[in-house]
Design a protein around this ligand. Structure first.
Ligand code: GTP
Ligand code: MG
Length: 342
């Protein structure tokens, strides 16, 4: 049995028990319940992508009785329009052709299995990827959120803060977006809404705000400090300087802790989001990606393009607008959410 069949088997069971949990017919552990809920979010949030590109893939199996060059051409086109990225798709098709040749594959049902396995391998390769935030217990940990305008930085901070608070962490939000009018108030409102602390004022230098906020957080033994930043990339050199300064200030206060820098990108912007990731990677040390608005795109293949072209782990995905809709990225749930009907 292939990887895909195994994933399908595991997660379709989780979907089945969701109803029983909802009806209170069975009692499961909190952890298991969380797994079931998250699986459901992937299934819901990826429905547009599933309806679009996965259904197109299924039609290929009806259209072609034999695996021919035309079949591969169409397959390529479908994957490219799903935002997987041209080079990634080319490599993928080459590997697929090789396997078809070597394993004498003729049956489309089996080919489906191979297609999903190989897509899965684009992400996983032979690495061990972690979507966990790099957080040390007993320390004041800093997570910086960077990204261009409107991608969802501030809402992602709120959503992640909500989750951290739920898991018992003492959380502070720092308003490092001193550029956009209203940004400080917006973050303050989020903090109140989810019940975490806030630090911010009307100074224009984000590093000065971070300096004071982080010192307070360290004195008062906060576990995690989430820092909002301004979303402008008009001037790369300035942004680089600004981020360097922020990092210096943070290193001065908590010298032994790693700084988690999450780049937020909007999945609906497709290849544009990929270019943003490449640019940010050049100017600062990005440790993870938050991919928002996956629920709003029919081109969910972007996760695979990020892996291949940017090679930074996706740590969270946004599958809706609620606080509970930003969840840790899990490649198996993602594959299931995309291909469950394939
Ligand atoms: N559907 C959906 N909407 C989202 C998601 N994440 C964020 N949004 C919406 O995107 C919009 C912009 O979000 P913000 O958090 O303000 O973005 P930002 O990056 O902080 O923007 P600036 O501060 O202007 O740079 C808001 O209307 C959010 O509700 C998501 O995962 N799914
Ligand atoms: Mg913002």
């Amino acid at each position: 049995m292939g990887l895909f069949s195994k994933i399908k088997e595991v997660f379709s069971k989780k979907e089945e028990i969701k109803e029983e949990i909802d009806n209170k017919d069975i009692i499961v552990s909190e952890e298991e319940k969380e797994e079931v809920i998250e699986t459901d979010k992937y299934v819901e949030g990826l429905s547009k992508s599933r309806d679009n590109f996965v259904s197109k893939l299924s039609i290929l199996g009806i259209k072609y009785t034999k695996i021919s060059d035309d079949f591969y051409d169409e397959l390529e086109e479908i994957l490219i329009t799903a935002d997987i990225g041209v080079n990634t798709v080319m490599d993928f098709v080459d590997r697929l052709k090789k396997r078809v040749r070597e394993e004498h594959i003729e049956d489309f049902e089996y080919l489906k299995e191979v297609i999903v396995d190989e897509l899965f391998m684009i992400y996983v390769g032979d690495e061990i990827l972690s979507s966990k935030l790099n957080i040390i217990d007993g320390e004041t940990n800093v997570v910086l959120f960077v990204g261009v305008n409107g991608v969802g930085k501030t809402t992602s901070i709120a959503k992640i803060a909500y989750n951290l608070k739920k898991s018992g962490k003492k959380v502070m939000l720092i308003a490092g977006d001193t550029f956009r009018a209203g940004a400080v108030t917006q973050l303050d409102e989020w903090a109140k809404r989810i019940g975490v602390d806030f630090f911010g004022d009307d100074r224009k230098d984000p590093s000065a705000v971070i300096y004071d906020g982080l010192n307070k957080a360290k004195e008062e033994k906060y576990d995690v400090v989430l820092v909002d930043t301004a979303g402008r990339l008009q001037n790369k050199a300035n942004l680089m300087k600004e981020l360097e300064k922020m990092n210096r200030v943070i290193n001065e206060i908590v010298p032994n802790n790693p700084i988690e820098t999450l780049l937020v990108i909007d999945a609906t912007t497709g290849q544009n989001g990929i270019s943003q990731a490449k640019s940010f990677k050049e100017i600062t040390n990005i440790t993870g990606i938050v991919l928002t608005k996956l629920d709003g795109t029919a081109k969910g293949g972007i996760v695979l393009a990020i892996k291949e072209l940017v090679d930074i782990p996706v740590k969270f995905v946004g599958l809706g607008e609620k606080e509970t809709d930003l969840i840790p990225f899990d490649i198996e749930k993602y594959i299931y959410g995309l291909f469950k009907e394939f």
